[in-house]
Write a protein that binds this ligand. Structure first.
Ligand SMILES: C[S@@+](CC[C@H](N)C(=O)[O-])C[C@H]1O[C@@H](n2cnc3c(N)ncnc32)[C@H](O)[C@@H]1O
Length: 275
């Protein structure tokens, strides 16, 4: 299969999956490789034949959907975002929780891949912030549709390359070497990993901080982005913070959020107005 054939195929099938081509432009190599493997498994000669196969086998669409998931993540991804979270957002949220006599700061990492994002948060909190807010406990829920990635997340072991951006002191404090990998120490393994399709489900409860980065607003079709994001925002406590990817934008028509002052890709949910 040539790159051209693969791109043409993706242009036609992605909209049927509720996905958008621009998100896949740079990462199509990964998807095309998986498609090649799938064609071989089915003994289908080319993408034209595979299209015909899809039309006569509706069960194949979820398999194709699985081929179009991009698992790329890393610890401390977009350093500036985590610096801002540490300096301003998490302290503001923790102070707010303390003032309201709430003992838990609830966070949700949506589309968490192998756990790099929620563990980054847990490590940052425990090693840099917890001492300042001893009365507040961090609870992190992390969800993804991919059971293999969730399994890796629960295992909590990574290659050094995915930890490159993590400040050395956090790396030393939170990881132990095990053979060729670096594994999260037990005290950071407090994350609840849940298998969920964000198109259909969100975790229970209200959250002070939600990460929704590099999935919904990059790969989902515009018509799907808004309803999904609205359901995500509905899970945020008023005054809570939403973090999106630094190359992403909120879908048009989403209301109730204002940019967090001075921050990139962080928004705050409006507090209800006093009557
Ligand atoms: C590129 S990774 C983003 C990881 C992390 N949020 C980050 O920014 O580093 C995208 C993740 O979205 C997940 N995903 C894709 N579609 C999903 C869906 N419908 N429901 C839940 N997770 C989904 C994929 O399995 C993948 O782990």
């Amino acid at each position: 299969m040539t790159d051209h054939d693969c791109v043409e195929f993706l242009h036609t099938v992605l909209p049927r999956l509720g996905l958008r081509w621009p998100g896949f432009r740079k990462v199509r190599g990964l998807v095309c490789k998986r498609l090649n493997r799938r064609l071989r498994e089915l003994n289908v000669p080319d993408l034209r034949a595979y299209r015909a196969y899809l039309e006569s086998h509706p069960d194949e669409w979820p398999v194709l959907d699985g081929c179009c998931r991009i698992p790329i993540s890393r610890f401390y991804r977009d350093r500036g975002v985590f610096e801002h979270l540490e300096r301003e957002v998490l302290p503001a949220l923790a102070e707010d929780a303390a003032v309201r006599e709430r003992r838990t700061l609830a966070c949700w990492s949506a589309c968490c891949a192998s756990g790099e994002e929620p563990y980054t948060l847990a490590v940052l909190w425990r090693l840099r912030l917890r001492r300042r807010f001893p009365q507040v406990r961090l609870r992190v829920v992390a969800t993804d549709i991919d059971t293999h990635l969730l399994e890796r997340a629960r295992t909590g072991c990574y290659r050094a390359s995915s930890l490159k951006a993590l400040p050395p002191e956090l790396l030393a404090g939170a990881f132990a070497r095990r053979a060729a990998q670096l594994c999260v120490r037990d005290e950071f393994r407090t994350i609840e990993f849940l298998h969920q399709d964000i198109r259909q489900a969100t975790p229970e409860g209200e959250f002070d901080l939600v990460f929704c980065r590099n999935a919904v607003l990059t790969y989902f079709a515009p018509a799907l982005q808004r309803p999904v994001l609205e359901r995500v925002v509905a899970r945020l406590r008023p005054g809570g913070a939403l973090v999106i990817g630094i190359h992403e934008a909120l879908p048009e028509g989403v209301t109730g959020l204002a940019p967090w002052p001075g921050a990139r890709a962080i928004y705050r949910k409006f507090e209800p107005r006093a009557a």
